[in-house]
Design a protein around this ligand. Structure first.
Ligand code: CUA
Length: 158
């Protein structure tokens, strides 16, 4: 009789263990795969950057008197906006907001202290006042693959 009681107890414990394990697997499997909670903040996957503000509208946006927001999305091997020519009024203060949709890129403007990293899933901010008119080269200074040397664009200050 004692043996039978122990056997029943053993089977019951095994059943409890399997149920707990099953609940754990189910709970993990039920999480959406593209969102990860980081201290209560939802972080979009890098490939979703272009659907997430402000990166859904890359380009120059006027936000105040002589003050602009310049949203740029780095993607191998270019910077968005692709078509729109970026023309900044001389003397304007520009707040860069930069991200990447694939790998880590750089965003450097030689002759200025603008030197940023474009990181997938993150926003890099930098503020710069363009005092001198001219054509400014914007280039990638992080090796990002076969097209790295071709990854550049220009900004005009007029
Ligand atoms: Cu992008 Cu190097």
């Amino acid at each position: 009789r004692l043996e039978k009681m122990w056997l029943t107890f053993g089977v019951a414990m095994l059943a409890v263990f399997l149920i707990v394990l099953g609940i754990g697997v189910f709970a993990n499997g039920a999480q959406p795969p593209t969102t990860h909670a980081h201290g209560g903040h939802e972080k979009p996957a890098p490939e979703l950057a272009e659907e997430t503000a402000p990166f859904d509208k890359p380009g120059l946006h006027k936000i105040g008197d002589n003050e602009y927001k310049l949203v740029m999305v780095a993607i191998a091997f270019a910077y968005k906006p692709l078509e729109d020519k970026i023309v900044i009024p001389a003397g304007a203060t520009v707040h860069f907001e930069v991200t990447s949709t694939d790998v880590v890129h750089g965003l450097q403007i030689p002759g200025t202290n603008v030197n940023m990293m474009a990181v997938p899933g993150e926003t890099t901010n930098f503020t710069f006042t363009f005092k001198k008119p001219g054509e400014y080269l914007v280039l990638c200074n992080e090796y990002c693959g076969n097209g790295h040397e071709m990854m550049w664009t220009t900004i005009t200050v007029a």
